[in-house]
Design a protein around this ligand. Structure first.
Ligand code: SF4
Length: 708
């Protein structure tokens, strides 16, 4: 019997787990009581994580390829698969230039994997065409942090939960999507009844039901609400004048902006009571610790960056940041979305939070990597742009790693048509459940969680090491090894000559020297000894003293990462620019998650226990809207948008506001049909700054299904 300490590979809470491997190879798993993020707790998904690697029935076991898409896939060797891929990439690059190829990766990739793909395409192929599915979930938060605080830096930590007395949850349902965070919030509230929880969500959820105040706003009115709260904070003199004067810019423009709308107007637009806006503002203003959590309700919006800024504003005008229990906390939906940000795994970034558009940053990485080409000076294609470019034949080849865009991309028919038309598709994944496999020219089997070694960073900047505990099935290889073997086939072997991922990690940490996320000196051994560490590192680390704890909270000195060290308050417009509803499409559809599934179900969908909670997709519809359409509980309905349709059973519930309906985002094909796929309906609008799609607001109509 052997035990391994690892980290849950679902959401960004990053819970520690202890895996036990019996002599007969059977695995069991429990929460790691010593891990500071979860203190032994696990949610339903985490508790069943080991089943995802024990069931190998749908695993990809060996490389496959075909010469054209009308042919069946043939088993091949790693050498042949990678040689052919390299030959195609070289031909395309020679003929059409380096921007003719792209990598689309995932927040489930480990830090080392992100770093290698980024190094390969930006430093050696000469294109910035790498983006990640994290673009679909947190890029608005990244831009919001940068604009307000000067850098993509989550300023808070989970221990701030227990130091807060007002917890403001907006556009998020942590009770289902970040359950261990929520258990900490609930335990804190139970021990301290004076703690107030405010939930902002157009839907009633398990989170809103255990909150003290639920602001069930109309979809798209988040900024109206935040600005109204800002106005009350000013009028009731809850603002921190000293902090504003010494540590921020932009207050007078903000004040002017929020005074343009009365609280009564704001309440009417949001569809909530005036008194509730005053209550929320008063609780926030009078609090000693004001902690805000948000996820997709703010981020996945055509005005996502402005929604983020409007929330961060509330912290800046009250000075409630950089102190225990205070600050804005964007929760990440994927286990290593943060690691991806740190390694520059986005089309506009370089490692160490460096920027593509910054010539000095490019020069630093060119020198560090000793690149044979100049790093291109303009950002590459973002997630949605990649599929649009494929459809237009501007992009010729795409390599998709550990993500399932044919369920997760907005306006999915565009992505599907793009893959259909594309010249060359490589799919690197653990299982044949990924809907992309059928479009692939080359399929590369990847090792799963526990089958490979590496690191991840969770939502509170905590880096942990994940050991290899079991062998991957068949010929599956760790993702990092696949990339360095491919780099060698491309002729870059000298710069990708790694023996293991520990060497890759050491190279990554070395390149962060001098940046604000400097983690030089952190290595696998240190992470194993310390269990985890939060960046930025402390002086005790720099002096090589133990224990090494890292930094819990940022900006305690109120020196922000902007040029003048002041945080920026932004006066943001409150209008929503999502597609309008019309008489033909009068309802707003919002999409989201359910308790026991994660993303596109390629992992959770394999666990029988998790499928019992909600076996099928459904549409939540308000009783008034159901009555107007003569639809009864459990009947099959057709949901139509300007892009496509979905057919699912209806759940009539007052959990949604009149005029709003909700569809889970997890399902792809059901019984061979795509008609449960929420993204048949969503639109291709994106936030202009973050390029994050508008998943939370699509105009639809719902009718009773009638047999043709
Ligand atoms: Fe895993 Fe997230 Fe659940 Fe923790 S809260 S066990 S990280 S899914």
């Amino acid at each position: 019997m052997k035990t391994f300490k690892s980290t849950c590979c679902y959401c960004g809470v990053g819970c520690g787990v202890v895996v036990t491997k019996e002599g007969n190879g059977q695995l069991s798993l429990e929460g790691d009581k010593e891990h500071p993020s979860n203190k032994g707790m696990l949610c339903s998904k985490g508790m069943n994580l080991h089943y995802t690697v024990m069931d190998q029935s749908d695993r990809l076991l060996y490389p496959q390829m075909r010469l054209n898409r009308s042919m069946p896939m043939q088993r091949t060797s790693w050498d042949d698969a990678l040689e052919r891929t390299a030959a195609v990439f070289k031909t395309l690059i020679k003929k059409f230039g380096p921007d003719s190829v792209a990598f689309y990766v995932s927040g489930q990739c480990l830090t080392e994997e992100y770093y290698l793909v980024n190094k390969l395409i930006k430093g050696f192929i000469g294109s910035n065409n790498i983006d990640t599915n994290s673009r679909l979930c947190m890029s608005s938060a990244v831009v919001g942090y940068k604009l307000a605080l000067g850098e993509d830096s989550v300023p808070v930590c989970y221990d701030d939960i227990e130091a807060a007395d007002v917890i403001f949850v907006t556009g998020a349902n942590p009770a289902w999507c970040h359950p261990i965070i929520w258990r900490r919030v609930e335990a804190h509230k139970a021990a301290n009844p004076h703690v107030k929880i405010i939930c902002v969500d157009p839907r009633k959820t398990d989170t809103s039901r255990s909150s003290d105040l639920h602001l069930q706003i109309a979809p798209g009115t988040d900024i109206v609400l935040n600005n109204a709260i800002g106005r009350v904070l000013i009028e009731k003199n809850y603002i921190d004048h000293e902090f504003i004067a010494a540590h921020t810019d932009g207050f007078s423009d903000f004040q002017e902006k929020v005074m343009q709308r009365t609280i009564a107007e704001a309440a009417e637009l949001c569809g909530i009571d005036v008194a509730d806006i005053y209550t929320a503002a008063q609780w926030i203003g009078a609090s000693k610790g004001f902690l805000s959590f948000w996820t997709m309700g703010l981020n996945q919006s055509v005005i996502g960056v402005n929604k983020n800024l409007s929330l961060i504003n509330l912290h800046l005008i009250t000075g409630k940041i950089g102190k225990p229990g205070n600050g804005p906390f964007s929760l990440t939906g994927q286990p290593n979305a943060m690691g991806g940000r740190e390694t520059g795994g986005l089309a506009n970034m370089l490692p160490g939070h460096r920027e593509i558009v910054n010539a000095e940053h490019r020069a630093e990485m060119e020198q560090f990597w000793n690149t044979p080409v100049k790093i291109a000076n303009k950002p590459g294609l973002t997630a949605t742009e990649m599929f649009e470019a494929l459809a237009d034949d501007k992009l010729k080849a795409i390599w998709i790693i550990n993500t399932n865009p044919l369920v997760s991309m907005p306006d999915i028919n565009v992505a599907e048509a793009a893959l259909n038309k594309s010249r060359f598709v490589v799919v690197q994944d653990i299982s044949n459940r990924a809907d992309t496999v059928k479009f692939a020219d080359v399929v590369l089997p990847a090792a799963a969680w526990l089958e490979k070694e590496g690191t991840m960073t969770n939502a509170e900047r905590r880096i942990t090491h994940l050991p290899k505990a079991i062998d991957a099935p068949g010929e599956a290889l760790p993702d990092a090894e696949i990339i360095w073997r491919f780099a060698e086939k491309m002729g870059f072997g000298e710069s990708f000559n790694y023996k293991n991922t520990s060497e890759v990690y050491d190279e990554y940490t070395a390149c962060t020297a001098g940046t604000t996320i400097d983690v030089t000196g952190v290595n696998y051994q240190l992470l194993k000894n310390n269990r985890s560490i939060q960046w930025p590192l402390t002086t005790s680390f720099k002096n090589n003293k133990t224990p090494v704890t890292g930094t819990k909270r940022l900006f305690t000195d109120h020196q922000f990462h902007t040029k003048n060290k002041k945080a920026q308050i932004h006066a943001v417009a409150d209008e929503n620019t999502s597609e309008p509803t019309t008489p033909d499409y009068p309802l707003v559809l919002t999409t989201g998650r359910i308790r026991d599934q994660w993303h596109t179900m390629t992992k959770t969908g394999r666990v029988a226990k998790l499928n019992q909670h909600t076996p099928q997709p459904f549409l939540q519809l308000h009783p008034e809207d159901a009555k107007n359409r003569n639809i009864k509980e459990g009947q099959l309905a057709v949901i139509k948008s300007r892009r496509g349709e979905v057919r699912v059973k209806v759940n009539i519930t007052e959990d949604v506001r009149p005029g709003l309906c909700f569809l889970p985002m997890h399902w792809g094909k059901i019984l061979g049909s795509n008609l449960g796929r929420a993204n048949n309906l969503t639109n291709n609008l994106v936030d202009p700054k973050s390029k994050e799609p508008d998943f939370k607001f699509s105009a639809v109509e719902v009718t009773l299904y009638k047999k043709p």
